[in-house]
Design a protein around this ligand. Sequence first.
Ligand SMILES: Cc1ncc(COP(=O)(O)O)c(C=O)c1O
Length: 377
Amino acid sequence: MTTIDWMGKTVSQAAGLHAYVPGKPIAQMLRELGLAESEIEKQVASTVKLASNENPNGPPPKAILAMQQVASEVHRYPDGDCFALKQSLAKLHGISNKQLLIGNGSNEVLELIIRAFAGSGDEVVYSQRAFIVYALATTAAGATGIAVPEIDGLGHDLVAMAEAVNAKTKVVCIANPNNPTGSLLSTEELQDFLDALPRDVVVILDEAYYEYVRFEVADSIAALRHPGLVISRTFSKAYGLAGCRVGYAVADAALLSAVNRFREPFNVNMFAQAAAIAALEDRDWVMAKVDACVAERARLEDALNKRGCLPANSFGNFVLLQDKHALELVKAMEKRGVILRPLAPYGMADMIRVSVGSKAENDKFLSALDAELLARQ
Ligand SMILES: Cc1ncc(COP(=O)(O)O)c(C=O)c1O
């Protein structure tokens, strides 16, 4: 049991509650290397961060313009219901506004659903190496997390996950594609899994990387059936709006109306709403950049495969790099100006996650990797 103390008193108790560790920001990494603040400013531009699965292209220019246009309205509260954004999303997905929940990033959506449905005495089932926020949100809600080991350490084991569901199970979380393993489940596998569950179990299908696999799987919003299915997506990845914090869930209207009671009144700021609406109007631009990312991902995976360090292909905007000395490699790459994400916190001590950057960033990563592998010999 972890206790949280403040002013000499225990204010909260939570088993295993710890803070999320994000990808290292460039300035922080340079500070850790011991650089003076004046040096840091000079080095920032030549450092490449491939640690947070960010989109190197940013959002469509129309989204930036939309944010500039709403700046003069910033003394007003944003639309607490996100009506216009819901209208745009409802049109895109052929659903009604009531089937949408908008969050401060899809992260907030995940937390709200878990908090609304699971509490003390309840269980939440997820894959051991799935997105770490499921475990953190479950612990914060006071529920018990059931982490199911993957097949070969990389892919969700849906048979074992279905077996882990019992009368205490309130929520199941699945990331498809999964972060950090990059694995993908087919539409058929997912529907078979849903059919094996009690109808009242809430299933969060986290599709933060959905746009990167639109040709490999059917559109889950139209294809999958389960009363408690909640499909979450985000504007942080393909749409390049990670800094705005906006994501959404599609689910049954009555289910979302229950979740809405847990939502902060103005959880999505007006810049995020305006930018997301404009980005949806420019989906061709967005999808052209997604295609470029998928091509760069193939180039990176080919290069890693040739170097003998590709454990498996990824379906997200990131690739996996396997190395016996992964933590040392991450540190050495930082000295060469490239920030990567070690996967030791996920129990993958020999793996590193590398976000797909721009062509120039990926080139810098590959030449730093080659220099490092050569230096080791
Ligand atoms: C699988 C997965 N789900 C959800 C998120 C949360 O994204 P955001 O809160 O930016 O929408 C991430 C972020 O990296 C992710 O990898």
